[in-house]
Design a protein around this ligand. Structure first.
Ligand SMILES: N[C@@H](CCC(=O)N[C@@H](CS)C(=O)NCC(=O)O)C(=O)O
Length: 220
């Protein structure tokens, strides 16, 4: 069996999502750090693997894959271990809906508009764009309202057991709650707050923990 190589960055939300899936399935892999944020842009040999220059990408022998949701589904479909996708068509659709919501409406506002503005830019001597932060918050609240509603009464994000949706959501929400705005907004959603706290003790989360500038490390 070829080795799995994941190319990305430890601090990257999407790299972490892919790593969480690999860790939950107990699939061995190595992480190769690729600095796509370098001034010169992504390395040219990386663009051969992923012409969009985003991370992560995965190599398994001659099989090369990018787009995180494709990677996590391949990991779950291709390896033994606990199933991370529901078998019922409706529950699977719900999981895919939540992943779509996170990709389309959560990642940019939570991570770039709030976390980066609140922590990363001030840490490098700049000033947060308060208007950008304020403009992102209503969209984020809508995302949290929807996630709360879609999994109402459930201990995991959507259901009674972990799915790829939990793994997709955790790294985004983790960054968001490192900001005062995120902390206070999450308090409006006790179910999601409990879920996030519950996720922090999972071995997969601990194994992929990183130190983020200006923030804590996964609450422990
Ligand atoms: N659609 C991509 C998005 C991945 C993504 O946006 N990754 C971020 C890092 S967490 C990135 O590569 N950003 C650089 C860019 O967008 O150019 C996926 O699902 O893998």
């Amino acid at each position: 069996m070829p080795d799995i190589q994941l190319l990305g960055l430890r601090i990257s939300v999407y790299t972490r999502i892919a790593r969480l899936a690999l860790e939950e399935k107990n699939v061995p892999y190595t992480l190769e750090e690729v600095d796509i944020f370098a001034d010169a842009g992504p390395p040219t040999d990386y663009l051969v693997l992923n012409p969009f220059g985003t991370i992560p990408s995965l190599c398994y022998g001659e099989f090369h894959l990018y787009e995180t949701a494709a990677i996590t589904r391949w990991v779950d479909d291709g390896f033994s271990g606990p199933a991370l996708q529901p078998t019922s068509a409706q529950e699977r659709a719900r999981m895919n809906q939540a992943i779509g919501i996170l990709d389309s409406y959560a990642y940019r506002p939570m991570v770039w508009d709030v976390y980066v503005q609140r922590h990363v830019i001030p840490a490098s001597g700049g000033s947060a764009d308060e208007a950008q932060i304020a403009a992102a918050l209503p969209r984020i609240r809508l995302v949290l309202q929807e996630l709360d509603r879609l999994g109402a009464g459930q201990p995991f994000l959507l259901a009674g057991s972990l799915s790829l949706a939990d793994l997709h959501a955790y790294p985004m929400l983790r960054y968001f709650v490192e900001t005062p705005e995120g902390q206070s907004m999450l308090n409006e959603f006790p179910r999601l707050s409990d879920w996030l706290q519950g996720m922090t003790v999972r071995p997969s989360v601990r194994a992929t923990s990183y130190h983020s500038p200006g923030g804590s490390e996964d609450g422990f």
